[in-house]
Design a protein around this ligand. Structure first.
Ligand code: PAF
Length: 288
């Protein structure tokens, strides 16, 4: 595996990998890799001849009250994991390489970023869209793989790629990989490590309550009553608060009060102890 920190070197290495028309997949990450990321890497490997993983803790997507310095950085351990997965390129630019002096551009995707995590984290998705657009232009992959766990992020990136007619990857080649779950159903996340054993046990109520709510909505029960019951159930299970629990159109993320013919998603963010957990699941027969 080549670890690359300069853009000119990246371009040379990408050209060399693609010399015989081989295909390239990109898996963008911020490092601190866990099984969820490695699943993305394995899926990328299945779908393309070569895999490039980027590790870049992107300052532009952190708000003033979010601790950028506290974000875990473990490049050596991450490299060993990627090497073992057979990744060919690790793109790990510095902040100066990604945002040279005078950098002044920001991509803002309206609509899809307005609710849910976007409402709590102003500017966050502008930072994500900007860095992902740069990563796409730097690597020019045939496909890019993202976890469905961050559904709003995935919907934002797809919207951006469609709106800007990005050629590499094209919007249709932005692949969402289903969320990897622990044995009790909790979505894998680097945040799970902050849960106490009691909170970790209680957190399993989140996917269970979501599945039950989906069953009720699909059986035709009222969406608003079901979502209220879902929030109550999470609070009873030990969650300190529920930031949101909503049904939304899977593509536009417009909130829905009833199932429609287009794909829908149940999205939840809830806090347990000091940790905020997010999850989302498909609702109804229509799929993205
Ligand atoms: O999901 C992440 O790790 C980040 O938001 C991403 C997509 C790598 C952009 O910095």
């Amino acid at each position: 595996m080549q670890t690359i920190t300069r853009l000119d070197m990246l371009r040379n290495n990408v050209a060399w990998l693609r010399r015989d028309g081989a295909t390239l997949a990109l898996v963008p990450t911020m490092g601190a890799l866990h099984e969820g990321h490695l699943t993305l890497v394995r899926e990328a490997r299945r779908r393309a001849d070569h895999v490039c993983v980027s590790i870049f803790v992107n300052p532009m997507q952190f708000g003033p009250n979010e601790d950028l310095d506290a974000y875990p950085r473990q490049l050596e351990a991450d490299s060993a994991l990627l090497e073992a997965e057979g990744v060919e390129l690790l793109w790990a630019p510095s902040v100066e390489e990604m945002y040279p002096g005078g950098f002044a551009t920001s991509i803002s995707v309206a609509g899809v970023t307005e609710n849910f995590c976007g409402a709590d984290r102003p500017g966050h998705f502008d930072g994500v869209a900007t860095v992902v657009c740069k990563l796409f232009n730097q690597v020019r992959p045939d496909i890019a793989c993202f976890g469905e766990k961050d559904w709003q992020q995935l919907a934002t990136i797809r919207r951006m790629a469609r709106d800007l007619d990005l050629p590499a990857p094209m919007a249709g080649s932005i692949v969402g990989i289903p969320t990897v779950r622990e044995a009790d159903g909790l979505a894998m996340s680097s945040r799970n490590r902050y849960l106490t054993p009691e909170d970790r046990a209680a957190a399993a109520a989140l996917p269970r309550a979501m599945r039950d709510a989906i069953g009720r909505i699909e059986a035709g029960e009222s969406v608003s009553a079901t979502l209220t019951a879902l929030k109550d159930r999470l609070t009873e299970a030990g969650f300190t608060s529920v930031d949101y629990a909503d049904l939304a159109d899977a593509d536009s993320l417009r909130p829905l009060t009833a199932l429609a013919a287009t794909p829908a998603r149940l999205l939840v963010a809830a806090r347990i102890g000091g940790t905020r957990l997010i999850d989302n699941m498909a609702v109804g027969a229509a799929t993205v």
